[in-house]
Write a protein that binds this ligand. Structure first.
Ligand code: 7TS
Length: 408
């Protein structure tokens, strides 16, 4: 993988921030966009823009082809059985809420269980918490190991025949751990429960095959994988989606409307009421082409190497605590430096042109489990280099010095 050639394709990376060349280490929050994606969105607005599924005119059919073409690319990208299994949403949050509102609230009742973990992002925690409250179901948590990882024995011990749904993140946005989703899915299915996967941090960085995982639902966001903001998708097995009721009603999702009743379009459109994020979907299609061209396996290998290098170099800094397991990590490292507040760490690094994220990362229950209020996080993508890591390490030494800890 030629990282320098890849970097050339990301215009935003070539700028100085606060007088220093930008080092962008916040791709887990949102990735940067390559020229091909930016151009695809501009080209759509310059040549093909119109609403979809409506016009008989030429632009209308071009826009529809572009939008549905992006769905086909997304289906192939995840190895879904059919484009009908891909519902375009605003992102992971909307996709998970759709499952919670339409599926969980319909199937759960008093005495049933929804099983999640304490490492979940709020987007994969609150929808289930609220669905459990609304239906009388019990929300159960698979216990975590000290380092935050999950043991399959604990999954076995938590999931029961009363479990209707299990929902787990594939890759943690804080711990960097890759969870054994295929094995957890098998346990869920053994008990007749459905498996939901939060794929926000896996889809951009590794090959995902929903049929191999055998999960029932899978959610992801485009903006973390080189696509524009405002577009993502929910994958769901066709039979499940077919049985589910829409949660948003309006234009374009209907078959027939009467004064007192209505019927819905077939999949996937019954879940896509209103004018969709057409240019966003076009951008997502271009991002998928871009990632496929480089190869997800190559991207994953590059990020693992970089994260291991970062982990090793960070470990040598006196006073640092690194969170998450040592093994089985994806491309991010979360840490705290002495008792310097993570926001102060991020602020000092920003003066050196280095962008990292600090805060609770939308994982307040996990922060409580780790016994911290917030952490700093450096996350890597295909355009990051070892020099970026070196700049981070230098920046952290300077941060320590700034706060009076000396070089260590
Ligand atoms: N799930 C996980 C695992 C995430 O990391 C995120 C966003 C979401 C869900 C929500 O995605 P959205 O696109 O719907 O907002 N994570 C982060 C993060 O780690 N820093 O900023 C956003």
């Amino acid at each position: 993988m030629n990282v320098q050639a890849i970097r050339e394709q990301f215009p935003i990376l070539h700028q100085n921030v606060n007088g220093h060349p930008l080092v962008y280490l916040d791709s887990a929050a949102s990735s940067q966009k390559p020229r091909s994606v930016i151009d695809a969105v501009s080209r759509f607005y310059e040549h093909d823009n119109a609403n979809v599924h409506r016009g008989v005119h030429t632009l209308g059919s071009r826009a529809t082809d572009a939008y549905e073409g992006a769905r086909e690319k997304t289906a192939k990208f995840l190895n879904a059985a059919s484009p009908q299994e891909i519902i375009f949403t605003r992102g992971t949050t909307t996709a998970l809420n759709l499952v919670a509102s339409s599926y969980a609230r319909a199937v759960c009742g008093e005495g049933d269980e929804i099983v999640i973990t304490q490492m979940e992002h709020h987007s994969n925690l609150i929808p289930w918490q609220q669905a459990a409250k609304a239906t009388g179901a019990t929300l159960k948590y698979i216990p975590l190991q000290k380092d935050g990882s999950i043991r399959l024995a604990d999954v076995e011990a938590t999931v029961t025949d009363r479990t209707k749904l299990v929902s787990v993140m594939y890759v943690s946005n804080v711990l960097g751990v890759v969870n054994p989703i295929k094995e957890i899915t098998a346990i869920a299915h053994k008990h007749g429960a459905k498996m939901v996967v939060d794929g926000a941090q896996s889809t951009p960085h590794m090959k995902v095959d929903v049929r191999d995982l055998d999960c029932d639902f899978y959610a992801f966001s485009g903006h973390k994988m080189c696509a524009p903001t405002g577009i993502g998708a929910l994958y769901g097995k066709k039979a499940l989606l077919e049985a589910m009721e829409p949660v948003e009603f309006g234009g374009e999702m209907i078959d027939h409307v009467d004064l007192y009743d209505s019927t819905w379009k077939e999949l996937p459109w019954k879940f896509e009421g209103g004018t969709p994020i057409i240019a966003g979907a076009v951008g997502l299609g271009a991002a998928i082409d871009f990632l496929n061209e480089i190869g997800l396996d190559e991207i994953e290998r590059h990020e693992h190497k970089l994260a291991a290098y970062a982990y090793d170099r960070l470990s040598t800094i006196e006073g640092i605590s690194i969170f998450g397991p040592v093994e089985n990590r994806a491309g991010l490292v979360t840490f705290n430096l002495n008792d310097v507040h993570p926001h102060d760490v991020a602020t000092v690094l920003d003066t050196k042109g280095i962008a990292i994220r600090a805060g609770h990362h939308c994982c307040q229950p996990l922060m409580r489990y780790l016994n911290v209020s917030s952490t700093a996080r450096a996350s890597f993508y295909l355009y990051n280099t070892e020099e970026d890591v070196d700049r981070l390490i230098d920046g952290l030494h300077q941060t320590k010095e700034f706060f009076g800890y000396g070089i260590g």
